[in-house]
Write a protein that binds this ligand. Structure first.
Ligand code: DC
Length: 220
């Protein structure tokens, strides 16, 4: 079974995807981690992320390993575990420059499909999972939430990770990413293929219940 969860940063999709995967006892794939790893690699190699040819070379030459457990996606970059390092605000700000290139997207989409094929069943989250990567997925969800709520959630995560950041900075980061990111899942909204869940006033347990119920009603 393939379940896709798309939506903006802070919509709760990562936590929802992890917990849903654990409940369904299948693997969990965080595709944002793959784009983040390319951005981190560019920073480590001193590559200007606005320079397309150099950035493409980074994406083509990194040694990227993605380990999908039921509750985590751990990422190894050139032999080192970077699962925490890819969460910094600097990497978050650089990653859209990676994600906007169709060539890099094509590379990572191929990797994501290969992971899906080898695992058979998974809950995968990102921006284009239901629209591009797994168009034949068994269940597709789009999670949304107000900008204020999303910024508060991201702020809590980042403070917990020891980042020094203020709410306005996080809101600015989300705002600048929103317009570009939304184009990825908009086709699902237009076609009505996805179940849209507004998580602004829902607990994570309520979101998981809605998803699990939808899947069970569809007899998947
Ligand atoms: O979900 P996230 O915040 O970790 O995503 C990081 C960035 O990667 C964000 O700018 C959106 C982009 N992304 C994407 O374009 N397509 C995906 N499938 C996953 C993430």
């Amino acid at each position: 079974m393939i379940v896709t969860i798309d939506g903006p940063a802070g919509s709760g999709k990562s936590t929802a995807a992890r917990k849903l995967a654990a409940r369904l006892e299948i693997a969990y794939l965080d595709t944002g981690a793959m784009y983040r790893a390319v951005a981190l690699a560019a920073q480590q190699r001193g590559v200007d992320i606005r320079e397309k040819p150099a950035l493409l070379e980074v994406a083509e030459t990194i040694d990227l390993h993605v380990d999908c457990g039921p509750t985590h996606t751990r990422v190894q970059l050139d032999g080192h575990d970077v699962s925490e390092a890819i969460r910094s605000l600097a990497v978050s700000a650089a990653t859209p420059y990676v994600a906007r290139h169709v060539e890099i997207r094509a590379l990572l989409v191929d990797r994501q499909r290969a992971i899906g094929e080898s695992l058979g069943s998974l809950v995968t989250e990102g921006r284009d999972q239901g629209s591009v990567v797994f168009p034949l997925a068994d269940a597709k969800f789009v999670l949304q939430a107000s900008l204020q709520k999303r910024a508060q959630r991201r702020l809590q995560e980042m403070l917990a990770d020891g980042e020094e950041v203020v709410l306005e900075e996080v809101m600015q980061n989300l705002r600048s990413r929103d317009g570009v990111d939304a184009k990825q899942w908009e086709p699902l909204l237009v076609s009505g293929e996805a179940i849209v869940i507004d998580t602004t006033d829902l607990t994570i347990a309520e979101v998981i219940d809605i998803m699990a119920e939808t899947i069970s009603n569809a007899s998947l």
